[in-house]
Design a protein around this ligand. Sequence first.
Ligand code: AMP
Length: 305
Amino acid sequence: MSVLVVGSIAIDTVKTPVEEHSDLLGGSASYAALGASFFSPVRLVGIVGNDFPESEFQFWESRKIDSKGVQRANGKTFRWSGEYSWDLNTRETRSIALNVFEDFKPALPESYRETDFVLLANIAPSLQAHVLDQMARPRFVVADTMDLWIETARPDLDALLRRVNLLILNDSEAREITKQTSLIKAGRSIRKMGPDYVAIKKGEHGALLFGEDNQFFSCGAYPLEDIHDPTGAGDTFAGGMAGYLAGTVKKVHFNDLRRAMIYGSVLASFCVEAFSLERLRALSMEEIAKRYETFKLMSQFEVPL
Ligand code: AMP
């Protein structure tokens, strides 16, 4: 089954304490779509300007990522620039130029409307809702968000949460949205805001999953020695989860979500090994399967010996 992915498509400049690269392909939808495409066909929705490389459309086609829903507008593609501190966990946005994104109104091609699985990658919650409004009856809706929307678009976000099956957010966002210091309390209270399931990402410390009747799962993170660029790890994680569910599951149960969370973590761990989408572009299913097995062992024994 296909998964519809909507979000930002961007040209990024990324600075880490040791390297800086500009004009990289980025954006929440770019990472999420490629992550999902390892498990299921993808229907991509977004907007690019006339500076956007044509080769990317060909790459999407080669990966079963349908780009009919990507609008080409007159102007420049959305640009974002960020700088990471030494721990590579915290980053500052150096600049944002919305460009063609400013007037973006997602419009779904007719052939996208019946898609069963949806990933609302990080964009304004009003735009995420606008996509859902155009869909027939999606069976499972996954949404990602960020601190910006918690701070500036809370009523829109609250309304969206009531239409979402799985919300994915990071630890600081979970604390911010609930005003809880405990992530366990935060996960449980976000469920009361609407989503059936909540996934809280903890960066290099793994992720937590909450479901009904106090269902709970804690997934470790792969012990990587070299992280080159953390950008897009969260979007790739969400893409991996949503793609796995769309590609392999008929009716979603908690155990499917546990597996999906491990696949999301596997893909995110590859994403950060190189700048932009470079590691994901070169990634094989064999490498994914091998790391998935290591993850399973880690969850059994907590620490791989
Ligand atoms: P992540 O590292 O998972 O938070 O995602 C980073 C990506 O999000 C970058 O490639 C940016 O282009 C994109 N991005 C940054 N700010 C925004 C925003 N306000 N809305 C949508 N996408 C954004």
